[in-house]
Design a protein around this ligand. Structure first.
Ligand code: ARG
Length: 586
């Protein structure tokens, strides 16, 4: 069997049986087990239990200890303070558990899959057609991809939805212009990302100028919107050209971001067009939406604007048109009824949180969301410049995502060049991409998503501190030790006594799976980055204190190499879930 019970789960189970042996009514009580500096683990749950049973906590704790068999896993247990239990794990159990993880050849490090996984539809990386991607699009892509990696690892089924902005009145202007200036957009198959975006920009600017200066064109553009909405064939073909050209561009940026985006998961606003009238009809029939001044709207008691006037969600405008809310409501129906989602996850700027609050509440009233299907918006904060204001170029413009990524890679190249002077330019470029993009992702992921953070490249590519480069460097150093070991292979020796630093590293390694499950359940990638950073730190102090290749005995050399290798595998796995690479050499 490949899956391994973590030491903390084993201890928790043993405590649970000791608790219920002491007090049958305590069966199922949480022993509140956590890592501690006093011992390996501390259990604080007895305090609450004693309070409930009106018992003396120290006496109750002593009684629990008498029911706890020390042996293979728990080497020692003592009552401390007002009634805590301090537990020490046997060295043999630590190495044994890690050896079982090391032996797992499924690439899961012995981490079991969730017992009854659900289906999460995750809405992330949603740029807009004919528009350049900017720094604001970074977080949705990076956080969404990381959440997906973590959820997949737990066994959850995930389906991506890139709700791109590919519909709306601006297409009337663009299409009309293209109709009157054929050939301005080269066929999508003939351009690269950069050319695609520069074509789109040129067409956008020219059509906008015409729209603003020429009333007759403006009128033709308006008519074109109607033609688009009524499904006119020629109009739709031109619209498709804009979408295709934009996708060429999107793909080039996502490739730079080292992120896989699947075509079938790009399902933009336009895909929900057909379903919108039905969404409106259902909401009106159920009485969830009401007519107000000709529009179809939904009111909420607790959502009010200026002068305490209720702010409604507009499902259909008075002129019959549908907007952003109708497309999101229709998407919910599709994701719940069609894709059979149990969870809908949105990774969208926190500034859209009111929109989602209203959309979710409407869907709940309609019964599309309920106790079995829930929705969350991981509203993320803003990327700030060094001045603490939203990140802008020196000229005060929004920063193009590509420019920002290019600069990160350039900065990383300086670090790589500094570290290894014997590399070819190609090698430098490849490593710099992994380091630079990793640094941008890691900086984004290591703050809680809801918080703003400062975009500081110097800090991001620093070799010291909580950065991806530090982790990548730890990984590469381990690879170099493993290469130096030559013929000597890593091997676990559970009979060996462990050094304090080995125990600390080992216990942390064993907690990888529990950490991923917790971080995934809470949609908190920063908990995984914090774990990985601590892993690298514990490895560093192990390496400082415990000679590896010059250890006392051949068995100890093998065992330490094994700890090194398992650390490296855990680092790559964890970073990989977050979308960050670990180069073999740095
Ligand atoms: N394209 C939108 C924007 O750039 C984000 C879409 C978010 N997803 C959604 N289902 N509304 O603002």
């Amino acid at each position: 069997m490949a899956s391994v019970t973590s030491l903390s789960d084993s201890v928790r189970q043993q405590l649970a049986s000791a608790l219920s042996a002491t007090r049958p009514e305590a069966a199922g009580a949480d022993p509140l087990l956590r890592r501690s500096d006093r011992a390996d683990f501390q259990a604080n749950g007895i305090l609450a239990l004693a309070k409930k049973a009106k018992a003396n906590p120290r006496e109750l704790a002593t009684e629990v200890v008498s029911h706890l068999a020390t042996g293979e896993v728990i080497k020692d247990v003592e009552v401390s303070g007002p009634g805590f239990l301090n537990l020490t794990i046997a060295d043999r159990a630590i190495t044994g558990n890690l050896a079982a993880r090391y032996a797992d050849d499924t690439g899961r490090l012995g981490v079991p899959l969730a017992g009854n996984p659900g289906t999460t539809v995750i809405d992330y990386a949603q740029p807009n057609v004919a528009k350049e991607m900017h720094v604001g699009h970074l977080r949705s892509a990076v956080i969404g991809d990381a959440l997906r990696g973590m959820l997949d690892f737990t066994g959850e089924k995930t389906i991506g939805r890139h709700h791109i902005g590919d519909w709306g009145t601006q297409f009337g202007m663009l299409i009309q212009y293209l109709l009157e200036h054929p050939g301005e957009l080269a066929p999508a198959s003939e351009v690269d990302g950069e050319q695609a975006m520069s074509n789109l920009n040129r067409v956008y600017k020219a059509s906008r100028a015409l729209f603003d200066s020429d009333d007759a064109f403006k009128e033709r553009a308006r008519k074109r919107v109607v033609a688009l909405q009524s499904g006119d064939k020629e109009t739709l073909e031109l619209w498709q050209q804009f979408v295709d050209e934009s996708k060429v561009y999107f793909y080039s940026v996502f490739e730079k971001l080292d992120m896989e985006i699947r075509d079938e998961e790009i399902v933009g606003e336009s895909a929900y067009n057909e379903g919108m009238p039905e969404t409106a009809r259902l909401l009106e029939e159920m009485g969830v939406a009401v007519r107000s001044e000709g529009a179809l709207v939904v009111f909420f008691d607790d959502i009010r604007g200026k002068d305490d006037q209720p702010v409604p969600l507009i499902v259909q405008k008075a002129d019959g048109g549908f907007g952003y809310a109708a497309s999101d409501l229709t998407a919910i129906r599709d994701r719940v009824l069609g894709l059979r989602a149990t969870t809908l996850l949105y990774v969208v700027d926190v500034r859209q949180s009111l929109h989602f609050k209203m959309v979710f509440e409407t869907a709940r009233r309609a019964g599309w969301l309920n106790d079995d299907v829930t929705a969350h918006n991981m509203g993320y904060g803003t990327v700030l410049g060094a001045d603490g204001k939203p990140f802008k170029t020196r000229e005060g413009e929004t920063v193009r995502l590509e420019d920002l990524l290019d600069e990160a890679v350039q900065r990383a190249a300086e670090v790589v060049r500094e570290k290894a002077r014997d590399l070819t330019e190609d090698e430098i470029r490849e490593r710099a991409a992994q380091v630079g993009i990793g640094a941008v992702k890691y900086a984004d992921l290591s703050t809680s998503p809801s918080r703003d953070y400062k975009f500081d490249l110097d800090q991001m590519v620093s070799l010291n501190g909580d950065t991806s480069v530090y982790l990548q460097y730890a990984y590469a150093r381990i690879q170099s030790i493993l290469r130096k070991a030559g013929e000597v292979r890593p091997a676990a020796h559970p009979e060996l006594e462990l050094h304090e630093a080995e125990r600390a590293l080992g216990l942390h390694l064993d907690a990888f799976g529990d950490t991923v499950f917790e971080a995934a359940a809470e949609y908190a990638p920063h908990k995984l980055t914090a774990y990985l950073y601590q892993l690298a730190s514990l490895y560093t102090s192990f390496y400082d204190k415990c000679p590896v290749l010059k250890a006392d005995s051949p068995a100890q050399v093998e065992n330490r190499l094994f700890l090194c290798d398992l650390t490296a595998r855990t680092l790559t796995k964890g970073m990989g879930l977050l979308g960050i690479r670990t180069p073999e050499r740095l």
